[in-house]
Write a protein that binds this ligand. Structure first.
Ligand SMILES: [Zn+2]
Length: 132
């Protein structure tokens, strides 16, 4: 495997360490407990995009990948997280530069920017960017 596993596993360890702090107040839906920060289930294009972000801009903290039963907030439509087709992460580097990079990356379809600082990327089917 050519992926920089070392840095990604460092991010996973960090995410695991921060996990309980995030999991507590967030677990409001019935599907709590089965969420995941595993990168293994992500489509390869998202894994490689995330690896590139780490390589260019520094380590990221993975907040969430797979959330069974997840819906898009405010719409009720199925979220890409439902089938592990999306990853939410917190960047450590220059957020504006990372967003510019992802906006131009054909591997990234959905790009969500959250006021909390975390960034959502997904693998489609639509090219869409949103701010919340
Ligand atoms: Zn997301």
């Amino acid at each position: 495997m050519a992926f920089p596993v070392r840095t990604l596993s460092a991010a996973l360890i960090l995410a695991a360490a921060l996990g309980p702090a995030f999991a507590g107040p967030k677990s409001k839906s019935g599907s709590a407990g089965s969420s995941s920060t595993s990168l293994a289930c992500l489509p390869p294009e998202l894994r490689s995009a995330l690896a590139d972000v780490e390589q260019k801009f520094g380590a990221v903290t993975v907040i969430s990948t797979h959330r069974p039963g997840a819906v898009i907030a405010g719409t009720g439509r199925p979220s890409q997280h439902r089938d592990c087709g999306a990853v939410d992460f917190r960047p450590s580097g220059n957020r504006r530069a990372i967003v510019a990079f992802l906006r131009n990356d054909p591997r990234v379809k959905g790009l969500g920017l959250y006021r909390s600082g975390h960034i959502h990327i997904d693998a489609g089917p639509y090219r869409v960017t949103w701010n919340k």
